[in-house]
Design a protein around this ligand. Structure first.
Ligand SMILES: NC(=O)CC[C@H](N)C(=O)O
Length: 331
């Protein structure tokens, strides 16, 4: 039987990081080791797949911009169309893994496995997690059972949906969790699946990376007690097409901010209420704020950074509030 053909697209992050000493698990430079060296460091990959690497970027993921997302998405889409590619792995920094993975989940039309992988410790550290994470990611990407499940994030023996997963802690290898649970586990290179993502993704998505030329500006305003209108007004002034209101609780809006958001929406800017609750916000429409009356949008259970991604992708095709709200329920 022929081995599955897996392409590893490398973008940087700690999984390509290097520190001065083996005790440096948190003090190191991200995005240092080239993809060929990462692959050469895991000869066991050859047992499970025919692997080749491509260096797309070499950056810490907090520096990735929308242009980078488009470049990466188009490359993934091109590769996914090829007969000699069975699955794609993307090595990434953990800081924005949840954003890039969700973006790909929304815009790449394929049923082939796309797996984003990262690590919390550089390869030079004791108990480095990148080697096993990458081995597991290649195994998931090369497996036909992984097809049609949307983009996946593999780390710390878990397979999570790109849509749900989020970085929950920045100092331990079990950094990534989904508020609704993992899709599966991977043990000694074998996948065990438990559930499927019910939201629209990849082949069932109305968004297509091959047609997206640019992403409109969407900004996030962090709200809580004592927040004034400075950030909202500045974002509007700078040309944002939508502002994600990252509110406490149910995406709550302080009484003093309600007229500010109303005023900004009158200028044609979409207001999207999201929640910065840590382990999974869930914003209910018309519960504490009359969203219908104000013509605001709620981000459903998407955290502010994921809401920004979906809003950017959606606004590239529509500026209709009802359509945008439908999209937030469906994706
Ligand atoms: N663990 C990590 O990958 C974090 C390193 C870096 N800040 C990045 O996101 O690329």
């Amino acid at each position: 039987q022929q081995k599955p053909q897996v392409v590893i697209l490398a973008t940087g992050g700690t999984i390509a990081g290097a520190g001065a000493d083996a005790t440096n698990s948190a003090t190191y430079q991200a995005a240092k080791v080239p993809v060929d060296k990462l692959i050469a460091g895991i000869p066991q990959l050859n047992d499970i797949a025919s692997v080749r690497g491509e260096q797309v970027f070499q950056v810490a993921s907090e520096s990735l911009r929308n242009e980078n997302l488009l470049t990466l998405g188009k490359r993934v889409s091109d590769l996914a169309k090829r007969d000699d590619v069975d699955g794609i792995v993307i090595t990434h920094g953990t800081d924005t893994t949840e954003e890039t993975a969700y973006f790909l989940n929304l815009v790449v039309h394929t049923d082939k496995p796309i797996v984003v992988v990262a690590s919390m410790r550089p390869g030079t550290a004791m108990s480095a997690d990148g080697t096993l994470n990458l081995f597991n990611a290649v195994s998931v990407a090369g497996n036909k059972e992984s097809r049609s499940r949307g983009v996946l994030v593999v780390m710390n023996d878990e397979i999570n949906s790109a849509r749900d997963v989020s970085k929950m802690i920045n100092i331990r290898p079990d950094a990534f969790k989904s508020p609704w649970g993992a899709l599966g586990m991977i043990v000694e290179g074998k996948s065990y699946w438990f559930r499927r993502l019910d939201k629209r993704h990849t082949n069932a998505s109305e968004f297509d990376i091959d047609k997206i030329k640019s992403l409109p500006l969407v900004e996030i305003a962090y709200a809580g007690g004592n927040v004034n209108d400075t950030a909202y007004r500045a974002f509007a002034q700078a040309g944002a097409k939508a502002i994600i209101h990252a509110g406490p609780g149910n995406g709550s809006v302080a009484g003093s901010l309600v007229p500010v958001l109303q005023d900004i929406h009158k200028q044609g800017i979409q207001i999207i209420r999201s929640s910065h609750v840590n382990a999974g916000g869930f914003v209910l429409r018309n519960a504490e704020q009359p969203d219908d009356k104000y013509d605001w949008i709620v981000a459903h259970d998407l955290n502010p950074q994921k809401a920004r991604i979906l809003a950017s992708v959606a606004l590239a095709t529509t500026n209709n509030t009802k359509e945008l709200q439908r999209i937030f329920w469906q994706y």
